[in-house]
Design a protein around this ligand. Structure first.
Ligand SMILES: Cc1ncc(COP(=O)(O)O)c(C=O)c1O
Length: 384
């Protein structure tokens, strides 16, 4: 039968406990969500700084819509690039200490577009093993050599580049890794890049807003990152993404990036709201401090046999192993009113299925204590 691969594919996914479904969320903020009329504590939100629904961002969205429109009505290279975009780009350039910035409709397209543009036949792209799907898809979309180095293993990265005959090298890593919550050593990566005249590309989707005294992410650690990508859909609580880079890279992307050239520019209203969000991210450092405090509290409140992967971020991974165990544990926690995500392959390696807890600045100490109490009950015996 024509297209019977669809049936086969779905059946295999079900058998392997890898079947995915959407869930309808009736309401949510960075502390609670409502599903099927029931309220849960939300430990699955990327709204790390609790800025979604912020009245100042909503007001800026309305103002941006009034002044510049909800829709850009064109590609950035035709009539879609307007004052709201330019203003946001300037804010980002200053924040990130970069010459230029380009706005995209999502982090996925920003990563794909940029890596696709660099994946030329003369180039080798070296990605951390835990790199996001959008980075992999972009890197593999052309004719470059693509190789993944062991997670945060810069000795191996150095050896690999040493033995490579390619002329152009692009090193790619995330600032904070999305599924483990740990970070790259940006200075060590910059050193390897310098040794090989390589370009360094950092995906700061989960660091932006969270690390750095002004929430500027990896650029707070080093000025030697050539290209920084970060999305607006997580800590910044709007939508879209930026690439910050030098003049030269900017000119190249504007001329070759098909996602940029052949796509309607992001909503001007959202660009205006995002500039307001960045203003809040910079000035309200208490939000970052609260995440650090609550993360520490979670670690202290869990049983000794329950290990969280070490992290300096909002993301805390509780690795359980099998897909089934991760799914069952997430379901049981729902009965206690706790919503967190079970993460399974192919998002994480086989045998490392996990519960991914995200702590936001909207959580309260009592939420974290209750979470630890329930996790201790569901996953380990309470021996503290
Ligand atoms: C590391 C990383 N990069 C890129 C993306 C894609 O960003 P966006 O959701 O804006 O498409 C995500 C998340 O979705 C991510 O976790």
């Amino acid at each position: 039968m024509a297209f019977d691969f669809i049936d086969q594919h779905l059946a295999t996914r079900k058998e392997q406990h890898l079947y995915r479904q959407r869930v309808l969320i009736e309401q949510q903020n960075a502390r609670h969500l409502v599903h099927n009329g029931k309220q849960y504590l939300n430990f699955s939100s990327n709204d790390y700084l609790g800025l979604n629904h912020h009245p100042k961002i909503n007001a800026a969205l309305n103002e941006g819509a009034e002044k510049y429109g909800v829709c850009s009505s064109g590609s950035s290279l035709l009539t879609g690039f307007n004052y709201a975009h330019q203003y946001l780009e300037n804010v980002i350039c200053q924040w990130q200490n970069k010459d230029k910035c380009l706005l995209f409709n999502s982090g996925f397209s920003a990563n794909f577009a940029s890596l696709n543009a660099f994946a030329q036949p003369s180039a080798a792209i070296w990605l951390d093993k835990l790199s996001h799907a959008s980075l992999l898809d972009g890197a593999f979309s052309q004719q470059a050599k693509v190789k993944r180095f062991l997670h945060n293993d810069y000795q191996q990265l150095n050896n690999l580049i040493n033995t490579s005959s390619y002329r152009d090298h692009l090193i790619v890593s995330e600032g904070i890794f999305s599924m483990d919550g740990d970070g790259a050593d940006i200075n060590a990566l910059a050193k390897v890049a310098q040794q090989h005249q390589a370009k360094l590309y950092i995906d700061d989707a989960h660091s932006i807003g969270i690390t750095g005294n002004e929430g500027q992410g990896s650029s707070s650690v080093s000025n030697d990152i050539d290209i920084i990508m970060a999305t607006f859909g997580k800590a910044l609580a709007t939508s879209g993404a930026f690439i910050a880079c030098d003049n030269y890279t900017y000119e190249y992307l504007v001329n070759v990036s098909r996602h940029y050239i052949y796509s309607t520019a992001m909503s001007p209203a959202i660009a205006w709201a995002t500039a307001k969000s960045i203003e809040l991210v910079i000035s309200e450092s208490w939000r970052r401090e609260k995440i650090a405090h609550l993360s520490q509290l979670l670690k202290q409140s869990l049983n000794t046999q329950i290990t969280l992967l070490p992290t300096a971020s909002s993301i805390h991974a509780l690795v359980l192993g099998s897909e089934q165990l991760a799914m069952q544990s997430a379901e049981t926690l729902k009965q206690y009113g706790i919503w967190l995500s079970a993460i399974r392959p192919p998002t994480v390696p086989k045998g490392s299925s996990r519960l991914r807890v995200t702590i936001t600045s909207s959580h309260k100490e009592q939420d974290i204590k209750y979470l630890a109490e329930c996790v201790n009950k569901v996953i380990g015996k309470n021996d503290r």
